[in-house]
Write a protein that binds this ligand. Structure first.
Ligand code: HEM
Length: 438
């Protein structure tokens, strides 16, 4: 009896919360249309086909707003680009687009590349050590995104503090995202105090970067007149959080797959060595002409899209590919499942970057950066960082996997994709060619 009441109240929520990725996969793979589910009190619809992605994010976008899940992100992100809507979002989006495009973006990418080269050279000193890729890539991408956004350099102590705070915030949001009610937000529990303290750490560092305004984010200063002083804090926090955790996770998978698949290293090395002169240097202009490294990054983002779900809320009753969507329903769009649909990808679970060289994927079947008006503003920066990372790791190091076969490693489906519970670990040894070039 109790079990029946619980089932009626919670619906699919316990199964979803226990294994979000497994749940979405089981329900959507092979299905030609969106799948209705009941997540606690919420009616939800799982979307994992190209035509339904196109409908919600592009053609029928006026019928969908940002989901109520965004409210859970507000204590961290405030009213930044990810959480904002209406005029506030439009003004910030236009400002970010103009400050973070063209020459300014190229300058930011150049600065991020400088950080990458320096950090790769320093990594050589850690030869033989057991390295946790999530932490290593978290601090690296944090330093790169800070260089690109604020034109500032972080030392190792700063990046470790900011990375640590980012991890606490990420874990907390993952834990609370799908709860029907988040009591911790109302009560001063230990976990909630830790979360608040992590936010303060991030705010302190952001305030320090903003106190010497240069780089693309400084161009947002005029928005303060219209939207008040918090606008800079909120946009800087949003760009920092959105820009480091996502890229860090993709970077960790990229490096682990390189370690686990020597055949791919052999395939990439001639191209990578040409771009890095066999050593520790890298010319950002060369990044545009590296088809294999680019395909490697695309395949990582296909099978391990850091933003493995995005949410919208139906503003009106609608029908998507024959599935009824009631007003107010949560729409969960999953790039993870979309990128594995057997109808759109040959051997979907096989990691094979060659597929991106042989064919151009349907643009609605491959959406690691989303699509439509709210598509990722940092996509170009992220792609440049990941392609450059592939170049540097392949040309400077031999990589030894320490977490077993990559096919057996299952990421955790949190607020974004998290590392497998036992992590992604490797050892490195510096290649002879790179030693000579150094
Ligand atoms: C591999 C790395 C990344 C991935 C996979 C990724 C993915 C995404 C996706 C899927 C969206 C769309 C969300 C939606 O439609 O609701 C998005 C939005 C966003 N991304 Fe990224 N992102 C990455 C890197 C970055 C970087 C480096 C930055 C900034 C430096 C960034 C900043 C943002 C922001 C601010 C938005 C919100 C845009 C808006 O709503 O107008 N992202 N990202």
């Amino acid at each position: 009896m109790l079990a029946k009441i619980k089932e009626a109240l919670m619906g699919d929520l316990p199964a979803f919360a226990a294994d979000p990725i497994g749940f979405v996969e089981t329900r959507t793979l092979g299905q030609p249309a969106p799948v209705p589910v009941q997540l606690g009190p919420k009616k939800a619809v799982l979307v994992a086909t190209p035509s339904a992605f196109r409908h919600v994010l592009v053609d029928g976008r006026d019928r969908y707003g940002k989901g109520s899940e965004q409210a859970r992100l507000r204590p961290l992100l405030g009213d930044g680009l990810i959480t904002a809507s209406g005029d506030r979002w439009k003004a910030a989006r236009d400002a970010v687009k103009s400050s973070f495009g063209g020459a300014s973006l190229q300058q930011g990418i150049g600065m991020a590349m400088g950080v990458l080269c320096q950090e790769t050279a320093m990594l050589a000193a850690r030869e033989g050590e057991l390295l946790d890729l999530h932490a290593l890539m978290g601090e690296l991408t944090m330093k790169m995104v800070v260089a690109a956004l604020f034109h500032a350099r972080m030392d190792t102590q700063q990046s470790a503090a900011v990375y640590g705070a980012g991890v606490v915030a990420h874990e907390r949001l993952t834990e609370t995202m799908w709860r029907a009610i988040d009591l911790d937000m109302l009560l001063p529990t230990r976990k909630h105090r830790r979360f608040k303290s992590a936010i303060r750490t991030l705010e302190t560092h952001i305030a320090a970067f903003l106190s010497n305004p240069c780089g693309p984010l400084a161009a947002l200063t005029p928005l303060q007149q219209q939207f008040g002083p918090a606008v800079l804090r909120d946009e800087a926090m949003t760009m920092l959080v959105a820009g480091f955790e996502t890229t860090a996770m993709a970077a960790a998978w990229l490096v682990y797959i390189l370690a686990a698949r020597p055949d791919l290293v052999d395939w990439l090395r001639p191209e990578a060595e040409g771009a890095s002169n066999g050593g520790w240097g890298l010319d950002p202009a060369r990044l545009r002409d590296l088809p294999r490294c680019k395909a490697m990054v695309q395949e990582v983002l296909r099978l391990y899209p850091s933003t493995w779900w995005v949410a919208r809320q139906a503003l009106t009753d609608d029908v998507i590919d024959g599935t009824s969507v009631p007003k107010g329903a949560t729409i969960l769009l999953s790039p993870w499942a979309l990128h594995r649909q057997p109808a759109h990808w040959a051997e979907p679970s096989v990691f094979n970057p060659q597929r991106f060289i042989d064919t151009v994927p349907d643009k609605f079947a491959f959406v690691p950066f989303g699509m439509g008006p709210r598509t990722c503003v940092g996509a170009q920066l992220a792609l440049a960082e990941l392609t450059a990372l592939a170049v540097m790791m392949v040309s400077a190091f031999d990589l030894i996997p320490e977490s077993g076969q990559v096919e057996r490693l299952r990421p955790v489906g949190g607020v974004t994709l998290g590392p497998p519970t036992r992590g992604l670990k490797i050892r490195i040894s510096t290649r002879k060619a790179a030693r000579i070039a150094a």
